[in-house]
Design a protein around this ligand. Sequence first.
Ligand code: NDP
Ligand SMILES: O=C(O)C1=NCCCC1
Length: 345
Amino acid sequence: MSVSPLAVETPQEHLSLEALVTLLETIFLRHGTSAEVARSLAQNCAAAERDGAHSHGVFRIPGYVSTLKSGWVNGKAVPVVEDVAPAFVRVDAGNGFAQPALAAARALLVEKARHAGIAILAIRNSHHFAALWPDVEPFAEEGLVALSVVNSMTCVVPHGADRPLFGTNPIAFAAPQAAGDPIVFDLATSAIAHGDVQIAARKGERLPPGMGVDGLGQPTDDPKAILEGGALLPFGGHKGSALSMMVELLAAALTGGNFSFEFDWSNHPGAKTPWTGQLLIVIDPSKGAGQNFAERSQELIRQMHGVGLKRLPGDRRHRQREKSLREGVTLDVAELKQLRELAGL
Ligand SMILES: NC(=O)C1=CN([C@@H]2O[C@H](COP(=O)(O)OP(=O)(O)OC[C@H]3O[C@@H](n4cnc5c(N)ncnc54)[C@H](OP(=O)(O)O)[C@@H]3O)[C@@H](O)[C@H]2O)C=CC1
Ligand SMILES: O=C(O)C1=NCCCC1
């Protein structure tokens, strides 16, 4: 969900993707991560910014830094990968970030998916502070179908309840198509991502109706009222609420991770990352109907365009990616200054 852009132009600068990755890597290293973790997080965050996924791009860097400083997360954690069954891999992220845990298990996961037709990766004891599509898109680029869920921290009122319990709990899906970019969607099961509420609050913008409630449980379009004592609503009423419940079950109960409500960072001032779990399901479509899956998915997309569809999930990101790769990644001058300060430059 994106909120309406600011009317006032803010001064901007362009940075090549490589320069942005290096800058972010320097920040992570300076704040106590291992070289491997720094690289992984920097690439993830820069990719989000490159694709215009601002709610999980460089906007998140101060949150990563304050979390690392608070001692809440272990920036040097070494994930432990367990090969538990022919189609099941488990990773204990060791209170580290989820992306290095996925990277550590990826080769085994793909090997199992190609052999068994399907494989599951259950990550626990992990922090996911990022967009989810970077976790699934690369599988589709190598011809596999991937689905991932991750739970976050309590800020969403289940449909029909009166207090928050669920996280914003995103679901991301990726599938190959014969020609063109993989089909990818990535959506929070809340009406709006928490990150977008923070961005709207910072810009002084109002939200569309139906996103959240204030501290008294009354509907509000004021992002500050949502952030300060209020809560978000699931998207689509009982339907989004059911999906959010499913994410809690798959990402936490199934992996051994925490539910979104099982966090207490009160002894860690500045901590912002949820300490939960993540599930990935990877399918080798060649084991399916025996027809070429990628051709079939392309046919579906062709038919969707045929009925007048102008925008598919992922189209906006890919357009922005092409622009960023051509012109450099656009950053606000003030934001870049802050990043350079955090990098000690
Ligand atoms: N780590 C965590 O715990 C959490 C992470 N997040 C992340 O927040 C990010 C934002 O989530 P959310 O706000 O729900 O995302 P959006 O509502 O912006 O977009 C959801 C999906 O719908 C697509 N889309 C949006 N508008 C249209 C349209 N008009 N027509 C067709 N497709 C459309 C998007 O494609 P496109 O990208 O091309 O616009 C995207 O794939 C996600 O990356 C998510 O992973 C959210 C919650 C928790
Ligand atoms: O935007 C969100 O919602 C979240 N993003 C990162 C992790 C916490 C929730």
